[in-house]
Design a protein around this ligand. Structure first.
Ligand code: SF4
Length: 348
């Protein structure tokens, strides 16, 4: 962690900082509340702090993302935000409005090195990890701009969250802590492509978050075609890690399954998948894959998706077809960032 990144500090670290700066530890609670509850972006706004302390704190810059672009869906009000980081990198976040509340999907890295074949975010590789403050501020800015409370958070945007493990844990603890937005861990979902050692590590933390595992295939051979990570960890190892997660946390696993026409959407694929996950406490999210122009994948037909779901249900496995949000705005995740970067490149 960057030692001056004040928004990534937990309350204990903030208390030590106050002592180090020659002030009272109780000031930590005030600063924490300004940063994580009132979502201010400058020390001038922290009106109950003495001026001398505010001056000392100016050596600890407050992470505040700048909006570079917003796209609003005319169909369902979904908003895609493109945020600029202090080093000029850009990341994407999405606000989805549901009847049960507002949900924000955030990025955890700038780019991604996992190379999933159906994903636009990985095409340029990984640039860097996001700090906890940069993950938090995607939610804070969106709540601040819209004036609407965010009640659900999914870490499912650009990046593999478990490849940025320490910052992710820090982010979850601050997001769910009292004195900040205090979002229940049950309303936080972390999506992984299946980094087995980190899933076992996360299980030991005994958090109440939902783990979503990108499965996308019923066997190793097909999974390896779609996801290079499957060459490192077999499906058996990944599913064992998911069982361990459930055993240690009691939290039901969500399996994400993107349906690609002619690749993983047949009756045989459904039957094989059932054989692998039957008996697990799980739920399957079926996602009609978003076409991206750099790859030749074609989305499964509505009928094939429905049929796949019925096949799972016959085996006693619950499935949901993910409702597409914001389908009239820049397509799959990572594409708004990509088109922005291409535009910036062509203007150079
Ligand atoms: S799907 Fe997720 S893990 Fe896979 S390349 Fe895209 S961002 Fe990375």
């Amino acid at each position: 962690m960057n030692m001056t990144d004040i928004k990534s500090m937990n309350i204990e670290e903030l208390s030590s900082l106050m002592t180090q700066l020659g002030d009272k530890p109780f000031r930590a609670k005030q600063v924490y509340s300004w940063l994580h509850e009132h979502l201010v972006t400058s020390y001038d706004e922290m009106t109950n702090l003495p001026k001398a302390l505010r001056e000392k704190l100016s050596a600890y810059p407050i992470t505040a993302l700048q909006v570079a672009d917003v796209q609003v869906s005319k169909l369902d009000g979904t908003r895609k935000y493109l945020f600029c980081l202090s080093d000029g990198n850009v990341i994407e976040s999405v606000l989805m409005r549901y009847k049960h509340g507002n949900s924000v999907c955030i990025s955890s890295q700038v780019g991604c090195r996992m190379g999933c074949r159906f994903c636009a975010s990985t095409i340029g590789g990984l640039t860097r990890n996001l700090m906890a403050s940069e993950m938090l501020d995607q939610i804070y800015r969106i709540q601040d701009i819209t004036g609407e409370r965010v009640s659900n958070v999914v870490v499912m945007g650009t990046g593999e969250p478990l490849d940025n493990y320490d910052n992710l844990l820090r982010f979850i603890h601050i997001l769910s802590a009292e004195g900040g937005l205090h979002i229940s861990q049950r309303n936080i979902t972390v999506s992984t492509c299946g980094l087995v050692p980190q899933i076992h590590e996360l299980a030991k933390e005994k958090l109440q978050i939902t783990l979503a595992l990108s499965l996308h295939a019923p066997n190793d051979a097909k999974r390896q075609e779609l996801m290079p990570i499957a060459r490192r960890y077999s499906m058996d190892e990944v599913l064992d890690a998911c069982r361990d997660y459930f055993d240690k946390t009691g939290r039901r696993i969500t399996f994400e399954y993107s349906l690609v026409a002619g690749v993983n959407d047949s009756d045989e694929d459904a039957a094989e998948l059932c054989g692998r996950i039957r008996g697990m406490n799980c739920h399957v999210n079926l996602i009609p894959v978003n076409p991206i122009k750099e790859r030749s994948f074609v989305r499964s037909t509505r009928e094939a998706v429905e049929n796949f779901k019925i096949k799972l249900e016959k085996c006693g496995i619950n499935g949901t077809i993910r409702r597409e949000m914001g389908s009239d705005i820049d397509g799959a995740c990572g594409q708004l960032r990509k088109s922005y970067m291409q535009k910036t490149e062509s203007e150079k």
